[in-house]
Design a binder for this molecule. Structure first.
Ligand SMILES: [Zn+2]
Ligand SMILES: [Zn+2]
Length: 348
């Protein structure tokens, strides 16, 4: 299994980001990222410009953020043409992406707007799992951070040292996730909504408050693919998309500690089930967890914690039917923080 570190939900100058695709790819390479999933607002211009390709060690995949206002933004991938969403309901957008052969992920679905930053209106979704949607941002880094800042001063603290401020995805997002997976498979991802915001002066951004390179370290979605990348962009992109569709991925705060090496699977004689996989429950299943460094491992079944231990590995009988998911937490900067959220394994 090959672990590709992806940054999902990134804006370039093709919409309201402040960097070119080349600059974004360079920032990703410097941050040790393998894949950028670019999602400019209502445009696939980066693809038209020939930027969906390998840029040195970084694969750039071009999706779009279908941007209805206000809210109900949808990260759509695998499209030939941007979606003309005029007059569409959010459910229509999901269906249109599906009909065009693409797939989508709900952007910042839990957004409530910000009290302190009025430029950020409420931009969530009323329905978190509309039929046909492949997944949702369990953690939408920019939105969830800014909306939860208790004060402007806290915002300054965040910019000075994000790792001190970030700790968990929104509790209501986690709770909703566990409810949804009881109904159907759905992929949780970590989105950045990276714009490289800063102070814009005469068309330039001389002061970068949160540059691409810095935000690319904070939250990643690691996808698990069978083969090393071939170097052929379309094929490698499709392998990444397939892993996202299947939920074969996990969120990680790589700035706390590199997460590559994390593994979680369920096994019984003759069968192995990966993240996102679903199969009939069997009393002979064992759940396996491996970590690249010691952390607190929590296992939840149907949203209820069933095991917890500190270490680099865990094995647990998984005979009871249910939706099994794993979190790893690290104690850093004075408290316990989420390091890894893995997509579930469905035994039912
Ligand atoms: Zn958005
Ligand atoms: Zn966005």
């Amino acid at each position: 299994v090959i672990d590709l570190a992806c940054v999902v939900h990134v804006h370039s100058r093709h919409s309201d980001g402040s960097g070119t695709v080349a600059e974004i790819a360079a920032a990703a390479a410097a941050a040790g990222v393998d894949v950028v999933l670019l999602t400019d607002h209502d445009t696939l211009a980066a693809r038209v410009a020939g930027d969906e390709r390998w840029h040195g060690p970084v694969l750039v995949c071009v999706g779009e953020e279908v941007t209805k206002r206000p809210g109900h933004h949808y990260l759509a991938f695998g499209l030939e043409q941007p979606i003309d969403h005029r007059g569409m309901t959010p459910r229509d957008v999901v269906a249109a992406v599906d009909a065009a052969g693409g797939f989508g992920i709900l952007a910042h679905p839990f957004s409530l707007g910000s009290r302190h930053f009025r430029f950020l209106p409420k931009a969530g979704w009323e329905e978190i799992a509309p039929p046909g949607a492949v997944g949702f941002e369990l953690w939408s880094l920019f939105c969830d951070t800014v909306e939860r800042l208790p004060s402007l001063r806290a915002g300054v603290r965040f910019l000075a040292d994000p790792d001190r401020v970030l700790d968990d995805a929104r509790p209501e997002a986690i709770a909703r996730w566990d409810e949804l997976t009881a109904q159907r498979r759905i992929t949780a991802i970590g989105g950045l909504d990276a714009h490289q915001v800063g102070l814009r002066v005469a068309g330039h951004v001389p002061l970068r408050l949160l540059g691409y390179r810095r935000s690319f370290r904070l939250l990643r979605t690691h996808v698990l693919v069978d083969q090393p990348p071939s170097g052929e962009a379309a094929r490698d992109r499709d392998a990444v998309y397939e892993a996202l569709r299947e939920g074969r991925c996990y969120l990680a705060r790589d700035s706390l500690a590199p997460a590559r090496g994390f593994a979680c699977w369920a096994e019984r004689p003759g069968e192995r089930v990966e993240l996102g996989g679903e199969t009939a429950a069997d009393e002979r299943f064992t759940l396996h967890v491996r970590l690249p460094r010691a952390a607190t491992i929590r296992v939840l079944r149907d949203g209820v914690p069933i095991a917890r231990r500190h270490g680099t590995e865990l094995e647990l009988p998984a005979g009871a039917p249910g939706v099994y998911r794993v979190e790893a937490r690290l104690h850093t900067h004075g408290r316990s923080r989420a390091w890894i959220y893995a997509n579930p394994i469905y035994l039912r």
